[in-house]
Design a protein around this ligand. Sequence first.
Ligand SMILES: [Zn+2]
Ligand SMILES: [Zn+2]
Length: 331
Amino acid sequence: MLHGPGDAGVVDVEPPAAGPGEAVVDVARVGVCGTDLELFSGELQYLRDGRSRYPVRPGHEWSGRVAAVGAGVDPGWVGRRVTGDTMLGCRACRRCRGGRQHLCEDRREVGILGHAGALAEQLAVPARSLHALPDAVDDALGALVEPGGNALRAARAAGAAAGTRVLVAGPGTIGLLAAMFARRAGAEVHVLGRDAQTLEFAASLGFDRCWTAESLPRLPYDAVVDASTAESLPARAVELVEPGGRVVLIGLAGTPSLLDTRVLALKDATAVGVLSASPGLADTITAYAEGAVDPRPLIAATIGLDEVADTLSGNRPKGAGRGPKVHVVPG
Ligand SMILES: [Zn+2]
Ligand SMILES: [Zn+2]
């Protein structure tokens, strides 16, 4: 539980009961991500604008097995391995009815906004938010479906395909996953990063076109994906993209990123924002199950609940590998 900025600890709570329409899941794995670090530090925009409030139980990248279901839920879910959509729309408004429940004004977000997250032995979620996991998607992959869904959407928004050249800026979890999905789609993928260590790690994943701002070759980039947290990158992406190309904005800086829209217009370029994995979850599960994309090398360490607070404060777990992702086994 997060009690306030910088204040986190493991507490005993009542086991959740499956209310009407809900499923209770035995949590197998949970990924820790940048959003969780910002929830811990208090920097998250939702905390700043009062939409989200402490105490918060984080955890929105998870896998597990359904232990119980409430009234109105198909009992066939019990025993199935699952992950779930972070975004819980109201189901009634225009956006929800139009298939954009992840953009619902009144949505809750599991582990972030108004709904307790997965960093617990058990989690209750609406059964309609569940996605079944096939055997080929193990618990680790299952907890990587949520970031994967974001990344898959970014690669699609970039128009990644054979014969295209895609530059991904920011080789964190989302950036590397987007690079993997773009590569899978047939694109020539370039990775732009800041330090040698993260670029070396990207290279170890088979990306042999890894650059810093200084070494980046001047090539026609059909798309630039900004998965960084650098305030200057969106404007740089618009500068770098080939006329007629696509700029995908999925990273968020702590301060407003300004860009000159004249450059976009004069380049006849398309800029796309991506929020949430929701529309990409099912295809991500399929891609993982087929082995088309395997992000497990991104996991640097697997820890227990007791070590989460230390990880959220920015410390790397003991013996952690080079990848950007830390996983938690709560049981
Ligand atoms: Zn996340
Ligand atoms: Zn709604």
